[in-house]
Design a protein around this ligand. Structure first.
Ligand code: ADP
Length: 463
């Protein structure tokens, strides 16, 4: 049976607390008992010695007699504390004997102590023992005191009272911490489980195709907040991908339909003899076919550079030469639009795949040529730092709206779709650029102001 994260967390907290409380209670009880026994034994030894010392004072040397009233007082107090006293003089005659004095009281005390001790410390195996203490006064022996008590040690009523109060406090503290910990555990598990549950629900909704779902459950816990943010990002990116995919199908269909229809109707008209197959008409058909071929080629090269195992044929590449050669390729376009292309700076060789890097330069420059009106200026700047080579392609063309800039490197993304119908791009060029630059462990960025121009910066590591 699967348990919910909340009940699991609460259960675990409760278990941990329970074990801790039991362990602490047991250990502290054991420790206190051990220390207490120690203390009681010492206390008892001191008591017996003090009793013997005070009994020494009850002898009146001047008259050679004992102050039996005084002994009686000491003896009765001692009896209540659990000591049965007998005093003998030097000749061994009994001076005072608690048992003789109050037999029933002594028997009662002995019975009470034995019963209590056997009940609480059954393993102690104690019994009443007697110990003789010689009595002295000013250095001279005056007699003997025999003290009987429950040995090896015993606890009187006060001691038991103290221990039971201590145990009650320990139990109370344990119970209180248990309740408190359960409460904290419950609150904590609620706090932790809520974002997890919500994230799971969101992930479920996402897997069911609801990419619009967003939620903000700030748990104040770094990892959980990160999880929530990641799921939101996932939904975001899936949403965009989904939109891109839909647009791709629409775009590809549209891109193909127009030229295919044109070519189809033209050829039909020529075949049926409605149109003369003039060179101009054949040329326009040919141009349409070239456009379709270019689109298919673009799709193909994107698939290639985006495939997992893009293999780079690495060798030293002279970027300056590469830009020059691309300039030649675009010569007609540049001439037709009367564009002014300048190349500034020179850099040492960069280690890369010449064919792929050529494609990067070609895509960037042909974009600049495409999106810059007649008479515009395009500038390629080559610079280098210690580790990188930086190529900037700058134009004073139509620019890219700021809100579209983050997406132009995505596949099939075309800023301001309507304007691209005329230019004919399918939004693949920059995706190819990014894939190739990424494969070279470089980076590509854009800065652009709508209406005044764009600047693409490619940074490639030298080695
Ligand atoms: P396309 O084939 O549409 O040019 P790209 O991936 O090369 O596709 O570019 C994506 C979009 O970025 C283009 O549709 C265009 O709107 C914009 N873009 C790219 N380069 C430039 C540029 N130099 N000036 C203005 N817009 C540009």
């Amino acid at each position: 049976m699967k348990r919910s994260i909340r009940s699991q967390l609460s259960f675990m907290t409760a278990m941990v607390v329970l074990v801790t409380v039991i362990l602490i209670s047991l250990l502290s009880n054991l420790f206190i008992n051990w220390k207490f026994k120690d203390y009681i034994t010492r206390q008892q030894r001191q008591n017996t010695q003090e009793l013997a010392a005070s009994l020494g004072f009850t002898y009146q040397a001047a008259s050679g007699s004992w102050d039996t009233d005084f002994i009686h007082t000491i003896g009765m107090y001692a009896l209540y504390d659990g000591y049965i006293i007998k005093v003998y003089d030097n000749q061994g005659n009994s001076v005072w004997d608690a048992e003789q004095h109050d037999m029933s009281r002594c028997a009662q005390v002995m019975a009470d102590i034995s019963e209590r001790m056997q009940e609480k410390y059954p393993r102690l195996d104690g019994e009443f023992v007697s110990q003789d203490f010689p009595l002295y006064q000013e250095g001279a022996r005056i007699g003997t005191a025999s003290l009987s008590y429950y040995g090896p040690y015993f606890l009187n009523e006060n001691d038991f009272g103290f221990l039971s109060a201590l145990n009650t406090i320990l139990f109370g503290v344990g119970l209180l911490s248990l309740i408190l910990a359960l409460l904290v555990g419950w609150v904590m598990s609620k706090k932790i489980s809520r974002p997890v549950i919500r994230t799971a629900q969101a992930a479920q909704a996402i897997s069911a195709g609801d990419y619009q779902i967003r939620f903000d459950t700030a748990a104040g816990i770094k990892e959980l907040d990160g999880l929530v943010a990641s799921v939101n990002q996932l939904a975001d990116s899936l949403h965009r991908q989904e939109a891109l995919r839909k647009r791709l199908t629409a775009d590809v269909a549209h891109e193909l339909r127009t030229p295919l229809t044109t070519v189809g109707t033209h050829l039909e008209a020529m075949m049926e003899g409605v149109w003369e197959p003039t060179a101009g008409r054949l040329l326009s058909c040919h141009e349409e076919i070239i456009r379709i071929t270019a689109l298919v080629q673009d799709l193909e090269s994107l698939a290639k550079v985006e495939s997992e195992n893009l293999k780079l044929n690495l060798k030293p590449v002279n970027l300056h030469q590469l830009v020059k050669s691309v300039e030649q390729t675009l010569e007609t376009e540049i001439y037709r639009k009367k564009l002014e292309l300048t190349i500034q700076g020179n850099v040492s060789c960069v280690y890369g795949d010449p064919d792929r890097l050529r494609q990067v330069v070609l895509n960037l420059l042909s974009n600049s040529a495409k999106y810059t009106p007649e008479g515009g200026k395009i500038r390629v700047i080559l610079e280098e730092t210690n580790c990188d080579v930086i190529m900037t392609v700058e134009d004073n063309g139509i620019g890219i709206p700021e809100e579209e800039q983050p997406f132009i490197f995505e596949r099939f993304y075309r800023a301001d779709k309507s304007r691209n119908r005329k230019t004919g791009g399918a939004g693949i060029g920059l995706a190819i650029v990014k894939s190739i630059v990424d494969a070279h462990k470089g980076s590509v960025n854009v800065k652009s102001v709508l209406g005044s121009g764009s600047q693409f910066t490619v940074k490639l590591p030298k080695a």
